[in-house]
Design a protein. Structure first.
Length: 294
């Protein structure tokens, strides 16, 4: 058999494998959406959950998910930017830098349940934050920070060295070159990685079971005092997120319509994660064209 025939066969095998993966993904997503979308309505998205009667919704859990995501990104994004800029622009290639990069790789591969147990021991017990949104946000920061840092470093390293030389030749300092030349060029890749990281955090459950808690107390959305336990802005209250709610109602089975609520909540979660991915691609491409005049 000729090399050309072997190449065609192997190319066909690769296309077949890719097609099988796409079909499996499409089938999984289609099944979840087909089962869940009929149960999704405005009442379902805004009403609170009910424990022993049918007709509950996911309003509080959905709000908790977005609020916890916001707090987590507010903590992790500045840290990831600082660490990524240091590793890409200022860190020397020595054993210390290798140790830092190895630690980042190890942390990024840890299972989320391990991060959750770490958050339980440190933030919930040692720091005394209890089961709260703050504990969950800090745990998700530990979960998401290594990936964000690596994404920022890789995006900055993809910027050509000639652009750095051009900035220095214009009389800019090294820091001004990084801020005004390198980061704007790398911003689309950084933004894409952060949006994808947000989608990953939004669907996380295991780490939040041990940190944010498994209860969703009644909230008064007219109370914006962050120190009030009934206020939705209170970072020290327990908060059951959407992903945790799906796990909880399937494990406890105390709702008469648990299957319908689980299917509807799963569909909403899938749509949100898909929206994050679409937003990452659209926003990254649009920002790249805008900043490069392409």
């Amino acid at each position: 058999m000729s090399a050309k025939s072997i190449d065609k066969i192997m190319t066909g095998v690769l296309y077949a494998v890719a097609g099988i993966i796409v079909l499996l993904l499409a089938g999984l997503l289609g099944y979840i959406l087909f089962q869940g979308l009929p149960h999704v309505s405005w009442h379902f998205l805004t009403s609170p959950a009910k424990s022993f009667e049918a007709g509950g919704g996911i309003g509080i859990q959905l709000f908790n998910s977005f609020y916890l995501l916001l707090l987590s990104m507010l903590i992790s994004v500045p840290l990831a930017l600082g660490a990524g800029i240091y590793l890409a622009e200022y860190a020397r290639d020595n054993w210390l830098t290798d140790v830092i990069r190895t630690a980042i790789e190890i942390l990024s591969s840890l299972p989320s349940v391990v991060v959750g147990l770490f958050g339980f021991l440190v933030f919930v017990l040692q720091f005394g934050f209890g089961f709260s949104i703050l504990s969950g946000a800090l745990a998700l920061t530990m979960f998401n920070l290594p990936l964000l840092t690596r994404n920022v470093e890789d995006s900055l390293r993809q910027v050509g060295f000639a652009q750095r030389e051009a900035g220095l030749a214009l009389g800019l300092s090294r820091w001004e070159t990084v801020i005004h030349v390198v980061i704007p060029e790398a911003l689309p890749g950084i933004l894409t990685g952060m949006i994808l990281g947000a989608g990953r955090v939004f669907g996380e459950a295991a780490a939040l079971i041990y940190t944010a808690g498994q209860s969703a107390p009644a909230l008064n959305f007219a109370d914006w005092n962050p120190l009030d336990i009934a206020s939705p802005l209170n970072p020290f209250r327990p908060a059951e997120t959407l992903a945790v709610h799906i796990w909880k109602i399937n494990s406890e089975g105390i709702q008469p319509d648990a299957a319908a609520v689980s299917a509807g909540a799963s569909a909403v979660l899938i749509i949100a994660v898909l929206a994050f991915n679409v937003l990452a691609r659209w926003g990254g491409n649009r920002l790249y064209k805008r900043m490069t005049a392409g």
